[in-house]
Ligand binder design. Structure first.
Ligand code: SF4
Length: 654
């Protein structure tokens, strides 16, 4: 039996983003879809399914519609809706080629309340549905559009009913009344949520407290009555969804209208990918291009450039076609503050001018020297791993409040010697890590007054948050004052304020491979390409060896080499190596373990691993393996910062 080809909620969301995406959306075996691959991780990290399960607790007596097929679910829904009053979870509504499953539908006689549950942070004390300049806030727009589509379908199905529409979201204005709320909603391998509520708990009150229900009727009417802003131009809502449903039914590709939105297209395959690239097909169709036309990059690759749509509208599609006027006015000379945004963009377009060329890259030696002269040895390199989940782990916390559960710490002495000096990891279920984390950081950094380095401002944000938590906590620890004072020295404005190496990279360093980007994972491979100092040092097995660089997690008598130099001179990427290491380290375990490992190997997904470690049924072996992978990954993040500084130090003298 073939599956009916209905326009569903998820297909509507694809089409409203770009109608051509409908064609690629359900061909995962044929086309690369990066979003589908990340969906499980994102769901775990944000806790979307957990929020859905909590929302149902607001409606004791609600009935789950469980039909396996579209037709069964639809028949069940119709049967239940014959009742005068009923609350349904996941009811199936179909009209023609439109089919939706509503999160919660409350029917009271002729009145329907359609509730869309979202793991989107909302603050009932400062609602953010409207933007500053009126209209719907762009961050809320996709959620309102989604709710509007469902309302539109429900209206077609029940034209005589009075329908209201609400969004239900975790409310950041509320405090968790008890410990362990997150752990009450365990996600299993099938992405289902097992609800394990302690005996005697008032679950409705819990859901009422943590979830805000916001009526969005006014905004839904705006969406339904004003033209939709689509890549191909404005369209009336009803006309647009009808044409999408027809195209999807017939598996027709809607003619691509390329634009700035293509920069975030999830159907883009990297060179050499076995799967097809929807992005490349679209740009070839729209522009009559061949494969070679992508060489050198498109305007979508321009770093932090806000005029991409304008350029595309003018027919400027390749980076090589961009002119200096397109970038806007700027000085040629680097100024005392280093490279600005437009100068970096122009370096990306025009290449490195001879005056600044250090051998295929740009480095402002003078400015870097001034910055470095302010540093105090020993230098401390720190990196944090944190978690912000919808449902709090601990009493007194708000939805999406950050937990700081891990840091790594490297030290560089004035003589250039480096060691991995320490680390912190607190993943014990039910233990609030933030104050322990702050104390461990204090112990690590308080021994001297050396400069402390972070990459980007995340560390500053987290430490500032811990000060707030200490101030608000009615059962704050005895060392609260000492911790607050220590943190105040470290954060912005403090007399030992952390130095942001990312900002320094942005101001002083540019390599074409980075495409202007400044994340450590982009800068490190680029700098390894051009730094003889790093290539010589880290291609040797010095890391973790007794007379090399000491390490908390990579110690071995033979040492460990972070990079390999190929015959053509190319150096490997340490992050890629660690990903493989983590997989090797854990893949001999159960299927469940393999899942954990690949999550950590993704990098930046440590928060997901933390969420899983809060579920107590993990056996000790699995737990140890995940912790070991977390520690290794975080250690590389601070080592990468050390490497970048060593490269810059080497460039001062070369
Ligand atoms: S490449 Fe552009 S036009 Fe094609 S599907 Fe993606 S966003 Fe749409």
């Amino acid at each position: 039996m073939t599956t009916p080809r209905y326009l569903t909620k998820s297909r509507f969301k694809l089409a409203v983003d770009c109608p051509t995406k409908l064609f690629y959306g359900d061909k995962r075996k044929e086309y690369r879809d990066t979003m589908a691959e990340n969906a499980f991780l994102a769901m775990l990290a944000e806790g979307g399914h957990q929020v859905g399960a909590l929302a149902k607790l607001r409606y004791p007596g609600g009935i789950e519609v469980e039909g396996l097929s579209h037709a069964e679910a639809e028949a069940q829904t119709q049967k239940y809706l014959r009742c005068e009053n009923v609350v349904l979870f996941e009811p199936a509504i179909r009209v023609g080629d439109f089919f939706i499953r509503i999160d919660v539908l409350v029917k009271s006689g002729n009145q329907f309340e359609l509730i869309e549950v979202k793991a989107k942070s909302y603050n009932s004390l400062s609602p953010n549905i409207e933007g500053k300049r009126g209209g719907i806030n762009s961050k809320m727009l996709p959620y309102i559009q989604d709710a509007a589509f469902q309302t539109w379908v429900l209206r077609q199905a029940y034209p005589a009913a009075q329908i209201t529409t609400s969004l239900m979201m975790p409310d950041k204005a509320q405090l968790a009344p008890v410990d362990g709320i997150n752990q009450m909603f365990k996600i299993n391998e099938n992405s289902d949520v097992e609800v394990r509520i302690p005996h005697g708990m008032d679950t409705k009150a819990l859901a009422d407290t943590l979830l805000a229900k916001v009526c969005v009727d006014r905004y839904v009417e705006q969406i339904l009555n004003q033209p939709l802003d689509l890549p191909g131009g404005p369209a009336i809502f009803g006309d647009a969804v009808a044409s999408w449903a027809e195209a999807y039914l017939n598996d027709q590709r809607i003619v691509p209208v390329i634009g700035a939105q293509c920069g975030g297209c999830q159907f883009k395959a990297a060179p050499g990918d076995a799967l097809k690239s929807g992005f490349h097909e679209c740009w070839k169709m729209a522009n009559g291009w061949g494969d070679q036309d992508f060489d050198g990059g498109t305007v979508l690759d321009l770093w932090n450039f806000h005029g991409k749509q304008k350029l595309i509208d003018q027919g400027v599609l390749k980076i090589s076609q961009v002119t200096r006027d397109d970038i806007g006015e700027f000085d040629d000379e680097s100024n005392v503050d280093g490279l600005n945004r437009k100068q970096r963009q122009w370096l990306q377009v025009s290449g490195i001018p001879d005056t600044y060329n250090c051998g295929g890259f740009y480095f402002d030696r003078a400015l870097a020297a001034v910055e470095m002269s302010r540093w105090r040895f020993p230098l401390h390199f720190i990196d944090f791993e944190t978690s912000t989940v919808a449902l709090p782990f601990y009493k007194g916390m708000r939805p999406y409040e950050p937990l700081a559960f891990q840091f790594s710490h490297h030290i560089m002495e004035a003589d250039g010697s480096v060691r991995h000096d320490g680390q912190f990891l607190c993943v014990e279920p039910g233990v609030f890590p933030n104050y322990r984390f702050a104390q461990a950081l204090k112990d690590a950094l308080d021994k001297d007054n050396g400069s402390v380095f972070m990459w980007s401002h995340h560390e500053n944000t987290i430490l500032a948050k811990i000060i707030e938590q200490l101030a608000e906590d009615t059962s704050r620890p005895d060392n609260a004052e000492a911790l607050t004072s220590f943190i105040k020295h470290l954060i912005k404005g403090g007399d030992r304020a952390m130095v942001d190496l990312c900002t320094m990279a942005e101001k002083t360093f540019f390599h074409p491979d980075t495409k202007g980007g400044n994340s450590i994972k982009v800068v490190l491979p680029a700098i390894l390409k051009v730094s003889d100092v790093l290539r010589e040092k880290y291609s040797q097995p010095i890391y973790g060896s007794p007379d090399g660089i000491s390490s908390c997690n990579f110690s071995s008598p033979d040492g460990f080499a972070w990079i390999e130099i190929a015959k053509d001179g190319a150096s490997s990427d340490p992050y890629a190596k660690l990903k493989q290491l983590a997989i090797d380290m854990i893949s001999s375990g159960s299927r469940e373990d393999e899942g954990h490992d690949s999550i950590i190997a993704e990098g930046g997904a440590a928060a997901t691993a933390y969420a899983r470690l809060q579920f107590e049924e993990l056996d000790d072996r699995s737990r140890e393996r995940i912790c070991s992978a977390l520690l290794r990954y975080c250690e590389l993040d601070t080592l990468a910062m050390v490497m970048v500084v060593q490269a810059w130090q080497g460039m001062q003298t070369s």
